[in-house]
Design a protein around this ligand. Structure first.
Ligand code: HEM
Length: 392
């Protein structure tokens, strides 16, 4: 592994900006996606403006169409509140928002701290371990039991599904894979409807939205999103943070010495890594973005990853400035559909950084395979397929 250490010493935790040239020259990029092309918006100002304009750029199109790659051929169930526009969107959001703010409670954070400390203690006993499958997936799954308020042992099932449960290794469009989750949710929704408890399923099953009781189909639409939206994103954020601290041990020491910067460090790592590259919208009238004509019923995407490196807004955008003071990143989206799971994700990362700083003095990368997304002319590194490290 010597060659890896030498050649890649400062590179593995580097996430190059794939969009710089196109963002500066044109402000947008064009990609094909199953014959339903997407115009990617690359500048922070345009991304925010477009995300805010939900009338012209809607989320409530045919289910699956705002996702890139499109999922229209593999699902017909609507994800809620993600594929719903105002004013209905607000009714759903008002219902679930207090539940998703529970991570602000002290008791919730204590549970997360126990989960994270136990996991770190577990891997500290090993000579080396693979971070994606043996750390990040476990952490994400175990933490999700707290968010859903379901028994801890459920996480064992989710971990057994493996990292690629909602799509196969080679293609994002494997409907068969998604059925594992859909069947699981049908079963859990049935159980909760017969035997209501104090979990998220039961809350949704008893909910009345705009005077109507939520259907099982709608409950499933919320749960799919909760499982899928918070899986790869959290796994990448956790994995990439560990890679970063392996190559920047002084940053971890700094967090130990200046715990007050931990919140800012989390924001900065999330800005830099942008775990979700982009998300689409469907256009409801002929319009223009960056002097580029966009036709009614075509697709655009809001490229969070590119917007976060916009030098018109961020000083030294390609550097991790651990205590960056002004950081209006859009990794968790912007405006109407901003991430519902952000409070949970932020707490996980905050506690992770604190516990790593307390317990781990040195992280060594032994081996790694990068995960590169291909979006037409753009190749973007989003994380790792696998990365083996040792903790000391
Ligand atoms: C670091 C981790 C995460 C990142 C980077 C992330 C990113 C995002 C982004 C960019 C959006 C906006 C989508 C849009 O505008 O169309 C979003 C929405 C959403 N996220 Fe996350 N997410 C993360 C974690 C989570 C978690 C843990 C959950 C839940 C378990 C979650 C659930 C959702 C939901 C339900 C929405 C839709 C909100 C709405 O439509 O009102 N996310 N997320």
């Amino acid at each position: 592994m010597e060659h890896l250490k030498e050649d890649k010493k400062t590179k593995l935790s580097e996430f190059p900006d794939a969009f710089e040239q196109a963002r500066i020259e044109k402000g947008y990029g064009e990609i094909d996606d199953q014959n339903d092309p997407v115009t990617m918006l690359l500048r922070l100002k345009d991304v925010r403006k477009t995300a805010h304009n939900w009338k012209t750029f809607i989320s409530g199109a045919e289910p699956g169409r705002i996702v890139v790659p499109s999922e229209v051929h593999i699902r017909d169930i609507r994800q809620i509140p993600f594929e719903v526009d105002p004013p209905e969107h607000k009714s759903y959001r008002d219902l679930v928002e207090p539940w998703f703010k529970r991570p602000l409670e002290e008791g919730y954070q204590k549970v997360l701290k126990t989960i994270i400390d136990e996991l770190i203690d577990e891997v500290l006993t090993k000579d080396q371990f693979e971070v994606v499958g043996d750390f990040s997936l476990k952490l994400q799954s175990r933490a999700l039991t707290t968010l859903l308020n379901v028994p801890y042992k459920e996480s064992e099932t989710w971990i057994d599904w493996g990292v690629h449960v909602f799509r196969s290794e080679d293609t994002d469009l494997d409907g068969g894979k998604a059925n594992i989750l859909f069947d699981y949710l049908d079963e859990k929704i049935e159980e909760a409807s017969k035997n209501p408890g104090d979990d998220l399923y039961s809350l949704l099953l008893s909910a009345v939205v705009d005077g109507k009781k939520m259907t099982k189909e709608e409950v499933k639409g919320v749960m799919i999103l909760t499982f899928a939206g918070g899986r790869d994103t959290v796994i990448n954020a956790v994995t990439n943070s560990i890679a970063y601290f392996a190559e920047h041990p002084n940053s971890l020491k700094r967090i130990a010495q200046e715990p007050e910067i931990t919140g800012r460090a989390v924001e900065e790592l999330v800005r830099y890594f942008a775990p979700l590259t982009h998300m689409g919208r469907v256009v409801t009238e002929d319009t223009q973005v960056c002097e580029h004509a966009i036709k009614n019923d075509s697709r655009v995407s809001l490229c969070w990853a590119s917007a976060n490196r916009d030098s018109a807004v961020f000083e030294n955008p390609n550097e991790v400035v651990l205590d960056r003071k002004v950081n209006p990143h859009v990794s968790f989206g912007f405006s109407t559909h901003n991430c519902l799971g952000a409070t949970h994700a932020r707490q996980i990362l905050k506690i992770l950084l604190t516990s790593l700083a307390e317990k781990v003095s040195d992280i060594e990368i032994k081996d790694a395979k990068e995960n590169i997304e291909e979006w037409g002319e753009f190749n973007r590194k989003v994380g790792f397929k696998n990365i083996t490290v040792s903790f000391n």
